[in-house]
Design a protein around this ligand. Structure first.
Ligand code: 9UX
Length: 69
């Protein structure tokens, strides 16, 4: 299992946090996500055999937010 923290731009309320969590939860291989509205960060625990960091990023972007490494 691997963990990464991504900077997520554009989250402005708790609903955004839930949107990001929901989007990530649809990906096979994602085990756990912690999303901080205050920090604007998502920490994601995932199986690198099943999901790539690039897919984590594009999934958050497709949900309507921006990701800055
Ligand atoms: Mo809150 Mo975010 O009303 O996509 S859910 S701003």
């Amino acid at each position: 299992m691997t963990s990464t923290t991504l900077n997520v731009l554009g989250m402005t309320c708790g609903g955004c946090v839930n949107s990001v969590k929901r989007a990530l939860a649809t990906l096979p291989g994602v085990r756990q996500t912690e999303v901080s509205l205050e920090k604007g960060q998502a920490t994601i625990e995932y199986d690198p055999a099943q999901v790539s960091p690039e897919l984590l990023k594009t999934t958050i972007e497709d949900a309507g937010y921006d990701v800055k490494a």
